[in-house]
Write a protein that binds this ligand. Structure first.
Ligand code: NAD
Length: 479
């Protein structure tokens, strides 16, 4: 901890700057509940400066006019610089986010991979020629939107910022990132990597500030052309209202209440482990966490016992000591998660394990497994964003599908079975943008990710994401 800088600035137009007002936000370590650093607190005037810097970059066309091979090399250098900064980033991310060092290292690698992955595409984005008959030439171009405003949540701040930044740069957009006020520090390293890699000035601007001040000012700014929002449905809805006023295109990546379905022929030990990791990794603060498990009645009790055994095998403690059960992000989040557990208990659900905060300093929540959950309960319908699993029994596959599809969300879903035909039949009917079969969180930077229903629209990751960062211009020529 002693090596971590105690004051961090915003990054605007290629310079590290204080906020115009001079205000700062405290940054806490969730494992202790104590502040250990400060970051410049951006407000309206800082947002104006960041958007102006991005507009100047777009007008200068440095990235748009760059030869494709050079843009690839630039993004590849971003990947290398992020990897080289890894030893500095990892302890900082663990300190302000709570996740363990191993997960922070995974996040650094995932971040580097986004730049590498989209570097490999920056020279393969092109239009097509469309025959229009004698006397005409017609072709399409992929044009950048211009200034992309990107609002990032705190659970994977670095990786999610890179997930949108990398394809945006591949498409020659300039970006203003609003980093999350609860875990802002690791995102600053993207600017360090960009400087070292030689990204032209103004193409990356990073401001940290409160959602209802800096986030509002950025997403409502007249100088932006594009919004990428990753966060809760409530905030997303607010942003969409404002975007509608100005017809600004949006990519919306929001919450989930994802369900895994367990058939009796599944490998029950592997399933229990996968389901436990699916809800307990990073304290369940994962948009695609498997927060519901719908288990065939014949193996329901066995699966519950096995999950409880897996959970008891994980140790709890600070991320810098590499424990698996790490803290929630804040006192508010802990209160919210505990409140959901209280509501579940009041409604008649039974906590087989956990159900309340852990008795230790910091924001630790006990791993929690509820049985006796019914579909009308709040804990079954709403995203808790904590280590809280609801287990429900089923008898027939159609019933399992109806329970799994029975919420407003549609981010991820899962099926555990050895029967490939059944897995495919279920996957084809699950209302989710991602379906995991036999391993929760299977996938990588290469696969598209995003929501059905209220979980959002547009896709991030994979080849699919690129289409969100460029617009098609058709040029029809009468010769
Ligand atoms: P949040 O909506 O509270 O905040 C997300 C970001 O929006 C933060 O940077 C915040 O400052 C900003 N914000 C808040 N109010 C704003 C406003 N009025 N205008 C503009 N910006 C505003 O969400 P959170 O608590 O930080 O993150 C957790 C949520 O994010 C969960 O619902 C989770 O499922 C979701 N999430 C989704 C994905 C995905 O890819 N689908 C990934 C990670 C997290």
């Amino acid at each position: 901890m002693s090596t971590i800088k105690n004051y961090w600035q915003n990054y605007i137009g290629g310079r590290w700057v204080d906020s115009v007002s001079g205000r700062r936000l405290p940054v806490e370590n969730p494992a202790t509940g104590r502040p250990f650093a400060e970051i410049a607190c951006a407000e309206g005037p800082d947002v104006d400066l960041a958007v102006e810097a991005a507009r100047r970059a777009v007008a200068g066309r440095a990235l748009y006019d760059m030869k494709p091979d050079k843009r690839c090399q630039l993004l590849n250098r971003m990947a290398s610089e992020v990897r080289a900064l890894g030893p500095e980033i990892i302890p900082v991310l663990t300190a302000d986010n709570g996740k363990n060092l191993e997960f922070s290292a995974d996040e650094v690698e995932g971040t580097a991979r986004y730049f590498e992955y989209y570097a490999g595409m920056a020279d393969k984005m092109h239009g097509r020629s469309i025959p229009l008959g004698d006397g005409y030439v017609d072709y399409t171009q992929l044009a950048p939107y211009g200034v992309s405003a990107q609002v990032v949540p705190w659970n994977f701040p670095l990786e999610l910022a890179a997930r949108s930044l990398a394809p945006a740069l591949a498409g020659a957009n300039a970006v203003v990132i609003k980093s999350p006020e609860l875990s802002p520090l690791a995102v600053c390293f993207l600017a360090i990597a960009a400087e070292k890699a030689g990204l032209p000035e103004g193409y990356l601007n990073i401001i940290c500030g409160l959602g209802n001040v800096a986030g509002e000012a950025l997403t409502g700014h007249l100088g932006i052309d594009h919004i990428v929002f990753t966060g809760s449905v409530a905030t997303g809805r607010r942003i969409l209202h404002k975007a509608a006023e100005r017809v600004v295109p949006c990519v919306m990546e929001m919450g989930g209440k994802s369900a895994g379905i367990v058939f009796p022929d599944a490998d029950l030990d592997a399933t229990a482990r996968s389901a436990a990791i699916g809800i307990l990794a990073h304290g369940g603060q994962v948009c695609s966490a498997g927060s519901r498990l719908i288990v065939h009645r014949s193996v329901h009790d066995q699966i519950v016992d096995k999950i409880v055994a897996v959970a008891k095998g994980f140790t709890m403690g600070p991320g810098d000591a590499n424990h698996f059960l790490t803290p929630l992000i804040s006192a508010n989040q802990l209160e919210k998660v505990e409140g959901y557990c209280r509501s579940g208990i009041q409604a008649g659900a039974k906590p087989v394990i956990g159900g309340k905060r852990a008795d230790r300093p910091g924001y630790f929540m006990s791993p929690t497994v509820f049985t006796g959950v019914t579909q009308d309960m709040t804990i079954h319908r709403e995203e808790i964003f904590g280590p809280v699993l609801s287990v429900l029994p089923f008898d027939e596959p159609d019933e399992a599908l109806s329970i799994a599809n029975g919420t407003e969300y549609g981010l991820a879903a899962g099926v555990y079975t050895r029967d490939l035909k059944r897995a495919h039949w279920m996957a084809d009917r699950l209302e989710a943008g991602t379906v995991f079969v036999n391993q929760w969180f299977a996938g990588g930077n290469e696969v598209p990710f995003g929501g059905f229903k209220r979980s959002g629209f547009g896709r991030e990751k994979g080849v699919e994401a690129l289409g969100n960062y460029v617009q098609v211009r058709n040029i029809a020529i009468r010769l």
